[in-house]
Design a protein around this ligand. Structure first.
Ligand SMILES: Nc1ncnc2c1ncn2[C@@H]1O[C@H](COP(=O)(O)OP(=O)(O)OP(=O)(O)O)[C@@H](O)[C@H]1O
Ligand SMILES: [Mg+2]
Length: 255
């Protein structure tokens, strides 16, 4: 896929596959094009060229909600929870949003019960059972990230794309999140953008590395860690000063 913004080739002829149950990490410095790639795959952004095949079906021209119904789910780099809604309410709405008759607010008692149980299951999956009736405002940063993963899982995805889920987490929150990712249903394909090498390389079966919109490396975590080009553009930066992910500052090329 390719996508430019004016003269800037944000994603430049990047191609990748992810298999059923596979864990793929997408690494790269600030401005490498990782979030743009996610936006193209999910349909938040239109591609200039390229195709997306989901389980054998070409979904390139489908709008985001149609892709979601076919099993694509994602989280965003910036928080997408509502302060005043509870964990259960987020999960019910996330599920409701992809079901038929979703605009109807008439629920039978049985349906309410079913939705509540589904929300409890999801909360359990991400370790938020004890928070189920708390509003998002009182959750820690890490718990909000867990909630966002649960919201993506609510759609019963076949592919889940997570954009920097570990950004801004404390060390203990990061290891919780790593456990959560390792424990995801084995039938879900996971694509993970992550700046935290430890999280990414622990979770991933395979890694691709982007730099200035181009894919500069692909391989197993071991191969990627040993790749001199990757070390120069990515690890070099990790050990230097790195802007916050949300700052979206552009990486000025290899040091
Ligand atoms: N909507 C947009 N309009 C114009 N330029 C954009 C837009 N979205 C992204 N860009 C630019 O495209 C390039 C890639 O941005 P992108 O957000 O995909 O990088 P990233 O790899 O996710 O970086 P980060 O690690 O900081 O999140 C950057 O130079 C960015 O400024
Ligand atoms: Mg990004």
């Amino acid at each position: 896929m390719s996508r430019s913004f004016g003269g800037l080739r944000a994603v430049d002829d990047v191609s990748f596959e992810v298999a059923v149950g596979e864990r793929l990490a997408v690494l790269g410095p600030n401005g490498a094009g990782k979030s743009t790639l996610f936006n193209l795959v999910c349909g938040d952004l239109e591609a200039d060229s390229g195709r997306i095949i989901l389980a054998g079906e070409d979904v390139t021209v489908l709008q985001l909600h149609h892709r979601v119904r076919r099993g694509l789910a994602r989280t965003y780099q910036t928080s997408s929870v509502f302060d005043g809604l509870s964990v259960a309410e987020h999960l019910i709405l996330a599920r409701r949003g992809i079901e038929a008759h979703r605009l109807s607010l008439r629920f039978s008692r049985a349906e309410r019960q079913r939705m509540r149980e589904a929300a409890e299951d999801l909360a359990g999956t991400v370790g938020l059972t004890h928070r189920i009736d708390d509003i998002a405002e009182v959750l820690s940063h890490g718990e909000r990230r867990q909630l966002e993963v649960a919201m993506a899982l609510a759609a019963h995805p076949v592919v889940i794309l997570l954009d920097e889920p570990a950004a801004g987490l404390s060390a203990s929150e990061r290891s919780l999140l790593t456990e959560l990712l390792l424990g995801l249903d084995g039938s879900v394909a996971l694509v993970l953008v992550e700046h935290d090498m430890e999280v990414a390389l622990t979770v991933a079966d395979r890694v691709i590395v982007l730099e200035s919109g181009r894919m500069i490396a692909a391989g197993t975590p071991d191969e990627i860690e040993a790749d001199p080009l990757v070390r120069a553009v990515y690890l070099g930066e990790q050990h230097g000063t790195r802007a916050e992910p949300s700052a979206n500052s552009h990486h000025g090329g290899a040091p």
